[in-house]
Ligand binder design. Structure first.
Ligand SMILES: C[S@@+](CC[C@H](N)C(=O)[O-])C[C@H]1O[C@@H](n2cnc3c(N)ncnc32)[C@H](O)[C@@H]1O
Length: 241
């Protein structure tokens, strides 16, 4: 049976209304999303799946770049509601389909997408291999999985001091940026988020090499890891089917 963390769903329900005025204000976040769109090589007519779309920041960048279509899923109704308002406002209803669905539950069938993208959403999934397997299956031959994630090589054990030090290192770099660009409300939100990382509470980050192994096991032939320039604690991974 697939396990979905419902406590985490409540956290995102609470965050939805101020997502765009907190993390959405941080330039580093936009740098990650821009890089994901750029390296995806998206072209006109491509079918894109955005997993854990949130308020649609990544999907909107894909839609803005080229004439593609997007299927966007998220486990949070509240996040999707905000994204749907933007879709209406921008006149994009014909090009985007939103579904409330968790990554663990998705099953789109084989070869449905040319690009599957996910930014800072898949680290919330505890059992990652079945999800990466489904991503592989849902891609057409030659399709690409593009992942923008925090790069925290870890055993995942709560009591592993190395894991704690890595999380603290990540937070020591990220929180000053957040304070500078998003102000105190963003800092408060990401500080609370940091505590969840420390406690492994719905945040199960792994490193890029660990993601690459999951991709190879799923069947991806080619996996490339590209650092995010200037922000070494984030990485973009491109896996080609
Ligand atoms: C930090 S936000 C990232 C949103 C967007 N991708 C971005 O980069 O701005 C994480 C999103 O993942 C969603 N999420 C968390 N766990 C999920 C899961 N298991 N399946 C699908 N979405 C999930 C949350 O509801 C939230 O909207």
């Amino acid at each position: 049976m697939t396990k979905v963390n419902t406590g985490n769903r409540e956290w995102f329900q609470d965050w939805a209304n101020d997502y765009d005025t907190t993390l959405g204000k941080v330039k580093r976040h936009h740098a990650l999303l821009d890089r994901v769109v750029r390296v995806s090589g998206v072209k006109s007519g491509d079918r894109v799946l955005d997993i854990g779309c949130g308020t649609g920041l990544l999907s909107l960048k894909f839609l803005d770049k080229v004439g593609c279509t997007v299927t966007a899923i998220d486990s949070s109704v509240e996040m999707l509601t905000i994204f749907k308002e933007k879709i209406e406002k921008c006149g994009l209803t014909g090009r985007v389909r939103c579904e409330q669905r968790s990554a663990e539950e998705m099953d789109f069938g084989a070869g449905r997408f040319d690009i599957v993208a996910a930014t800072v959403s898949l680290h919330h999934v505890k059992e990652k291999q079945p999800v990466v397997d489904r991503i592989y299956k849902s891609l057409a031959d030659g399709g690409r999985f593009v992942l923008g994630e925090i790069d925290l090589d870890t055993t995942g054990r709560l009591d592993d001091p190395k894991r704690l030090l890595r999380v603290l290192e990540y937070l020591s770099k990220e929180l000053p940026l957040v304070m500078k660009e998003g102000g105190v409300p963003a800092f408060e939100r990401m500080y609370d988020n940091g505590k969840k990382h420390i406690l492994n509470d719905g945040e199960y980050c792994i490193g890029s090499e660990q993601w690459a192994r999951l991709c190879h096991r799923a069947g991806f032939q080619e996996v490339e890891i590209r650092p995010l320039k200037g922000f070494a604690w984030f990485v973009v991974l491109v896996a080609t089917k």
